[in-house]
Design a protein around this ligand. Structure first.
Ligand code: SDX
Length: 436
């Protein structure tokens, strides 16, 4: 390659033996350029090899930009810090879906449209009763979102832009209702219907925490906090679950089935399951005195233990979302009068020690969004089993926005990666009588 990192080179030269090929270099608006290898196999008979996709751009997108070295996160060009500070979650949803911040009239219309899709089909409540009460809420959410396909499969012509937008609105509107139903079912309480006179975050808190026998008053500080937490989790470029949604969608699958696939992928502890795992880890550490023992384990290659909520494939600096999450954590604990949360004390001390330790500094391992979210969500009243459900709730807009962008890409084709085959060469069948 005759130039890297942002010079104006227009192609890269691949030379193997006495043969050379020119591979086009493409520039985006900001961030790394790409070497287009779309024709490489046809020209050379070679595949590229990049398990984990550490150096692979899987698509072109204009939704979210991350600069991992600088700790920058932009949604449609707007810094996450400004969106989290000034807007609300449905404004971010509009921005991610349409590409621009809404005017007051557009925002009012969007809020109205989302609010009037928050109910789910009444038969959906019977679907939940097939689960044991102790089923993990993520298992219930994967299933119930997939089941939306059964209710809307025939009313989604994904080739029709209008129907794609309706499916997007339906998904954003119904995911809080299904998430709250998964929680209520797990604690044996009756489902609570959405109320159209409440904002998105307040509606969700009421569907989770109100009971028929008394009035429920939404605490505006807490609903603002959960609304901001949703903004922080809304989208994050081509992460594992978003790539799952894109790959599922590339076959033309129903958008609800694609979102269910994204939820399944998010559940893993290396991804969205890390918030639940991080809180469990803080509980297992148990005291500030035991932190050195766990730091040692995290550095021990023979020990599978890792610091949950630490490290990131892209961020080699502090995850900007983690800073806002830490601030929100203090706000929520303050509003609830929780003076000293022992787990928060452990988290703050663990961060302080890790960020001074050469192992973490050398590998640029910083707290990520999951490090403080668990403490905040627990203080808000959610059990750890609901933490990844809340992550999925917020990320649904990112998934559906990326799905829509993929479907609307004129160059869109089914995703079908190849492999480096290291299995047996061709050999003939041996009848069982002759096998040794
Ligand atoms: C999310 O992709 C996204 O954008 C995801 C996300 C989103 O919004 O969608 O940001 C949400 O998933 C955040 C990440 C949540 N996961 C965790 O907190 C789990 C703990 N973190 C690690 O499992 C890990 O850091 C990953 C999975 C997040 C990243 O893994 P990578 O990029 O494959 O990095 P790696 O495993 O190659 O680690 C590089 C080195 C290794 O050491 P060496 O082999 O170089 O000696 O860093 C070490 C790792 O052992 N390392 C850790 C560590 N994370 C990485 N060591 C101890 N504790 C950790 N947490």
């Amino acid at each position: 390659m005759d130039a890297i990192n942002g010079t104006s080179a227009t192609s890269a030269t691949l030379t193997i033996g006495d043969q050379s090929w020119e591979l086009p270099i493409r520039q985006g608006t900001i961030g790394p350029e790409v070497v287009d290898i779309g024709k490489l196999y046809g020209q050379t008979g070679l595949f590229t090899y990049d398990p984990g996709f550490t150096s692979t751009a899987s698509c072109e997108s204009s939704i979210t930009y991350i600069d991992g070295d600088e700790g920058v996160l932009l949604y449609r060009g707007y810094p996450i810090e400004q969106l989290a500070e000034s807007g609300d979650f449905l404004e971010t949803c509009y921005l991610l879906l349409y590409g621009e911040l809404p005017t007051a009239a557009q925002k009012a219309d969007f809020d109205y449209r989302v609010t009037r899709h928050t109910m789910v089909h009444e038969q959906m409540s019977r679907f939940f009763h097939g689960f044991r009460r102790d089923a993990h809420p993520m298992a219930v959410l994967v299933a119930s979102v997939g089941a939306l396909s059964a209710f809307y499969h025939d009313s989604i012509d994904i080739a029709d832009p209008q129907q794609r937008m309706i499916a997007s609105i339906r998904m954003i509107a119904k995911i809080p209702t299904l998430a709250a139903m998964a929680y209520k079912y797990s604690i044996g309480q009756p489902f609570v219907y959405p109320k159209n006179d409440l904002d998105y975050a307040s509606n969700f808190l009421r569907m989770c925490f109100s009971v028929p026998c008394e009035d429920y008053k939404v605490n505006p500080i807490l609903s603002r906090a959960i609304d901001r937490i949703f903004i922080l989790h809304a989208d994050h470029e081509q992460n594992a679950s978003t790539s799952t949604v894109r790959l599922a969608g590339s076959s033309g699958a129903n958008p609800f089935a694609c979102i269910a696939a994204g939820i399944a992928c998010l559940w893993g502890p290396a991804h969205g399951g890390a918030n639940e795992a991080a809180l469990k880890m803080l509980g297992e550490i148990g005291s500030v005195e035991r932190i050195p023992e766990y730091i040692k384990r995290a550095k021990d290659k023979n020990d599978p233990f890792r610091l949950m909520g630490f490290g990131h494939r892209v961020y080699k600096n502090y995850d900007p979302r983690a800073k806002i999450m830490q601030k929100t954590c203090h706000e929520v604990l303050g509003e609830l009068g929780i003076k000293d949360d022992p787990l928060l004390d452990i988290a703050v001390e663990l961060e302080r020690i890790a960020l001074q330790d050469e192992y973490f500094v050398e590998r640029k391992l910083y707290p990520n969004i999951d490090f403080y979210s668990g403490i905040t969500l627990r203080a808000l009243g959610f059990p750890t089993s609901m933490f990844t459900v809340l992550f999925a709730l917020a990320r649904t807009v990112g998934w559906i926005g990326q799905w829509k962008e993929m479907i609307e890409d004129p160059g869109q084709r089914i995703g079908r990666p190849r492999q480096l085959y290291t299995g047996a060469p061709q050999r003939d069948y041996v009848p069982i009588a002759r096998r040794k």
